[in-house]
Design a protein. Structure first.
Length: 115
């Protein structure tokens, strides 16, 4: 049997989907667009974007439609953002898993979940 006939084992690794956070500033509101994995790995980036959102002094919408994973760090950052704003942030189009996390942790009491 030649080396071409010998099966080789390839490592089974899933691609890591990193998260992203973008801030869109309008005349009447700012929209924080979150996508991918929102986890502890993103705390610094999310904190910076959320600081920028607060500094705008406008109502905040969080577009959660493209979140594929969120851990407790992401939930905590949303709660912290809500505590820093004069108006409750709106969480738009959150996947069921994100809605569940916000509800089970009580964060749904400080944000408006809109579908």
């Amino acid at each position: 049997m030649s080396s071409l006939d010998t099966p080789t084992a390839a490592p089974l690794t899933a691609p890591v989907e990193t998260g992203s956070a973008h801030l869109l500033v309008g005349h009447n509101f700012v929209r924080l667009v979150l996508s991918g994995d929102i986890s502890a790995d993103m705390v610094a980036e999310l904190s910076e974007v959320m600081d920028d959102a607060v500094e705008c002094g406008l109502p905040v919408e969080i577009d959660a439609h493209h979140i594929t994973f969120m851990d407790s760090a992401g939930v905590a950052l949303i709660a912290q953002l809500a505590s820093r704003l004069s108006q409750r942030p709106k969480v738009l189009r959150a996947p069921e898993t994100v809605q569940f996390l916000l509800e089970i942790t009580g964060v749904d009491q400080v944000v408006d979940l809109l579908h």
